[in-house]
Ligand binder design. Structure first.
Ligand SMILES: Nc1ncnc2c1ncn2[C@@H]1O[C@H](COP(=O)(O)OP(=O)(O)O)[C@@H](O)[C@H]1O
Ligand SMILES: [Mg+2]
Length: 325
């Protein structure tokens, strides 16, 4: 297998009036072609900052003190704007939570979809229209020819989300980044749209970087998982080993907090404490104040590095959880 995305030691700082937010602190991710990689973590972990950094869409207040973002063999941080403009919307696309805000309010959605197609290919307007209808149908929109003439305000949140996904997928990207793309929707709708997304991406050969705060979504979607905490990936593995044998106490806590159908005795145990202040991040392990497994050696003045505990299972922790036999 070959790599579609390799992120190496990525740091992103965001300047604010109250100090520098250290949003990303050495992120490492390797994703293969056609793979679904789920990035999961609480609000504020840096997930959206990572998505924007990959897309080259960080705000002007951002600096990137270190790191590489190698997409399809090219380091996007050093590639220049023309390269980014060429691949964005074609090989690499992004959908985020608030689709209604991302769509142009004064243009019918069909036109917005066709513009993306025409910007990246030489086909006729008629062919672009039929491609548009086709993808809208695949995303579960009834009567696509009618939907095409609608303005975003006339569509429900779920419909706008489907339209945004259609725009992001119509060029069959090598990588789709879906940042909480279905999080605002009710659970049934979310499951249906994710299922379509998964099937379409499989058909198109598109890899997906699926960003979510919801472990349930990870269980349903992922091949590979990265758990993010305070601007770094603290554990990464394939989905099954991660759920079966989480090694980082944070991952363990996230999984414990999931509702369980098979075991009525398990109560929901929400994680205690709050994520650290990203302006005044300690040099120590950032999970230390919340960690139920912290031992003296965890108080070292530098954070634990990622180590491979099992083949393909990486954890950044001084005192990893020992799997139950
Ligand atoms: N434009 C911004 N300016 C300053 N701080 C920001 C900005 N965007 C996000 N942050 C801060 O950066 C950190 C990471 O945020 P974000 O990437 O949005 O996390 P997530 O998507 O995981 O919720 C948070 O502490 C957040 O408050
Ligand atoms: Mg976010």
């Amino acid at each position: 297998m070959a790599e579609i995305l390799r992120i190496e030691d990525l740091h992103v700082h965001l300047d604010t009036n109250t100090g520098t937010v250290k949003a990303l602190n050495g992120v490492n991710i390797v994703q293969q072609y056609e793979e679904v990689y789920c990035l999961v973590g609480e609000s504020g972990a840096g997930k959206s900052t990572l998505a924007l950094a990959i897309m080259g869409l960080l705000p002007d207040t951002a600096t990137v003190p270190a790191g590489r973002v190698i997409f399809d063999g090219v380091d996007l941080l050093r590639a220049g704007d023309s390269h980014l403009r060429r691949i964005r919307g074609k090989d690499l696309s992004l959908v985020f939570q608030d689709a209604q805000a991302a769509l142009n309010p004064v243009q019918p959605v069909g036109q917005q979809l066709q513009e993306v197609i025409l910007a990246h290919s030489n086909i006729s307007g008629r062919a672009a229209a039929s491609m548009s209808q086709e993808i809208l149908k695949e995303l579960g929109l009834p009567e696509p020819s009618h939907i095409m003439n609608q303005y975003p305000f006339a569509l429900s949140g779920g419909m706008c989300q489907r339209v945004m996904l259609a725009i992001a997928l119509v060029m069959r990207p090598k990588l789709l980044i879906a940042d909480e793309a279905t999080s605002g929707l009710d659970v049934t709708l979310q499951a249906e749209i994710l299922e379509r997304l998964k099937n379409l991406c499989r058909d198109f050969g598109s890899a997906v970087l699926l960003i979510t705060h919801d472990m349930g979504v990870v269980a349903h979607m992922g091949n590979q998982v990265g758990v993010m905490y305070a601007g770094t990936v603290v554990e990464s593995a394939e989905v099954l080993p991660l759920f079966k044998e989480p090694r980082h106490p944070y991952t363990w806590g996230l999984i414990q907090a999931l509702p369980r159908l098979d075991d009525a005795r398990k109560r929901l145990e929400p994680l205690r404490g709050v994520p650290p202040d990203m302006v005044n991040l300690p040099e120590q392990c950032p999970f230390l104040p919340r960690c139920p497994k912290a031992v003296n050696s965890c108080r070292l003045e530098h954070r634990p590095l990622m180590q491979e505990l099992e083949p393909g299972h990486h954890v950044a922790c001084y005192n990893p959880v020992i799997p139950e036999l």
